[in-house]
Design a protein around this ligand. Structure first.
Ligand code: TYD
Length: 136
């Protein structure tokens, strides 16, 4: 998948003196049906997450609280995104290697996913990923 498919998507922000509100709807703000939601939290300082690509899974990543970096890689080009607002997210299509690091204390990484959890969908070996990405 080309890196141009990866993109930051701005989300609606309902500004209110009582506190702001942002929402995400499947097939509206993001281009897939949401089958699963998970979140990373209590990430110790200096830790990294991710380190895999997916054959079918698409994801949308939001910094629900705090900040972290997402590094995307299509097998030849890398892009680093600093995520630090809850009114936008990062769309990740299929066949993109991702790593997450630089988590701030108390950060929450919210992930919307197009598929149920399936270990068979993971590519966890980077060289294997590069070979498969070349054939795409
Ligand atoms: P993994 O996707 O490797 O974590 P990350 O990429 O965020 O660092 O998942 C870590 C573990 O959690 C792995 O053993 C599988 C399990 N897991 C589930 O059971 N269900 C899920 O929806 C996810 C995302 C992970």
């Amino acid at each position: 998948m080309s890196m141009s498919e990866c993109r930051i998507i701005d989300l609606p922000k309902v500004v209110d003196r009582r506190g702001n509100l942002t929402f995400v709807e499947e097939n509206r703000q993001i281009p897939f049906e949401i089958k699963r939601v998970y979140y990373l939290y209590d990430v110790p300082g200096g830790e990294e997450r991710g380190g895999h690509a997916h054959k079918r899974l698409q994801q949308f990543i939001i910094a629900a609280s705090g900040s972290f970096d997402v590094i995307l890689d299509n097998g030849s080009v890398q892009m680093r995104y600093h995520m630090n607002r809850s009114y936008y997210g990062l769309y990740i299509p299929t066949m993109i290697w991702r790593e997450l690091d630089n988590f701030s204390s108390g950060s929450v990484c919210l992930v919307l996913a197009s598929e149920l959890y399936d270990e068979e969908d993971y590519i966890r070996d980077y060289e294997n990923f590069r070979e498969l990405a070349k054939k795409e």
